[in-house]
Design a binder for this molecule. Structure first.
Ligand SMILES: [Zn+2]
Length: 371
């Protein structure tokens, strides 16, 4: 009996040591692995991108998540989608071209600094072997009137904390045919495509809510929808996504009075800013800007007074500098963005980034023009 007790004691002692040993080695394992395999970012040489250097900026809209619906013959709205948007396959192919071309994502917020009412570009660090690229996505609203016509219905956070798209009329309803999950997948496979967690900027309007949630003032279910939208915003921010203003109503601001402009920006500040946080980024709807002589146009003033410091237009060439170019007491920091959509693919506007012919989705209703 005594011998048996002794045997038991020594057995449990050995077992305890064994368990401790396993635990200790397990806790050091990730540390050792991290030492043995440094992240691509850590090992890459870093340089400084100067104030005058090219920072490319490409933008598009929500993707045509369901081309078979969008491009069906009886879908009138599909014509707009064909002109203004990319299909998921096209976006995937474009990312491949950008990566192969040596581009990596830069966070636009790290490229400038605001000083009082003005802003200026600043030098920023970047991998020595990469070219800085900014991506942005406009009109991420999934407007009620266009649901079921070829786009997703909204962005959602999955049970695993990932961001996906949801379309009620499709199986599976939760899917990855949207720019967020596609870009996240791509970065997971190619971590060196994103420097310091850079993602894209999402430019939001407010007239029909944001991200597919009806958060606008007249929404019947506003409080609950705001809560749902906030969950998605939080998940996006934690991945590195940023937000900007794209006006509240998406009107033609060059036809606005100063008063209408003020009211538009006020609504955005009241309804969208509380959901996404303060932002200094403003993308003019339709790329239409009104600076006026000496930047003294009252509509532009309204935007400056609201706290916006970096303004985005639409243009094919890389352009990121203060405007106007000539002598002026006041200037605003301005960047053009090259559009990626059906029209720009067919006219090969983005030729310096990718070969549109190889990107083009054959399911589009218009075939790629023969050159
Ligand atoms: Zn827009």
């Amino acid at each position: 009996m005594k011998n048996f007790r002794r045997f038991l004691r020594s057995f449990f002692k050995t077992l305890t040591f064994l368990c401790l040993g396993i635990l200790l080695s397990a806790s050091f394992l990730p540390f050792r692995a991290a030492k043995a395999f440094p992240a691509a970012e850590e090992s890459a040489a870093i340089r400084t991108v100067g104030r005058g250097e090219t920072v490319e900026h490409l933008f598009t809209h929500c993707l045509i998540a369901h081309p078979e619906v969008a491009f069906a013959e009886n879908n009138e709205y599909g014509r707009h989608l064909d002109e203004d948007c990319l299909t998921p396959d096209e976006f995937r192919r474009i990312l491949g071209f950008l990566y192969e071309g040596g581009y990596a994502l830069a966070d636009i917020r790290k490229t400038f600094r605001a000083d009082g009412e003005s802003a200026e570009r600043i030098p920023f660090s970047f991998p020595a072997d990469k070219k800085p690229l900014v991506l942005s996505f406009d009109d991420v609203v999934y407007a009620t009137k266009n649901l079921g016509k070829g786009m997703a219905d909204r962005l959602v956070v999955t049970q695993t904390g990932d961001i996906a798209a949801y379309t009620r009329a499709h199986m599976p309803q939760i899917h990855g045919n949207e720019f967020v999950p596609i870009l996240e997948d791509f970065i997971a496979k190619h971590p060196d495509f994103s420097y310091e967690n850079a993602r894209g900027t999402i430019f939001l309007t407010g007239f029909d809510g944001i991200l597919g949630y009806r958060t606008q003032r007249d929404s019947p279910d506003r409080t609950a929808e705001c809560r749902r939208a906030e969950k998605v915003v939080k998940a996006l921010k934690s991945k590195g996504w940023s937000f900007g203003c794209h006006s509240y109503a998406h009107g033609h601001m060059n036809r606005y009075t100063a008063e209408k402009m003020r009211s538009d920006v006020r609504k955005w500040k009241d309804e969208v800013e509380p959901l996404v946080g303060k932002t200094q980024l403003y993308a003019y709807p339709y790329g239409e800007w009104t600076l006026g002589k000496n930047c003294d146009d009252e509509r532009q003033q309204a935007l400056t007074e609201a706290g916006f410091r970096l303004f985005f237009g639409v243009g094919d060439k890389a352009f990121y500098t203060k405007m106007p170019l000539g002598e002026s007491a006041k200037k605003v920091l301005f960047q053009d963005r090259c559009a990626m959509d059906g029209i720009s693919l067919r006219s090969n506007h983005c030729a310096r980034f990718f070969d549109a012919k190889l990107v083009y989705d054959p399911s589009r209703p218009v075939s790629f023009p023969s050159q």
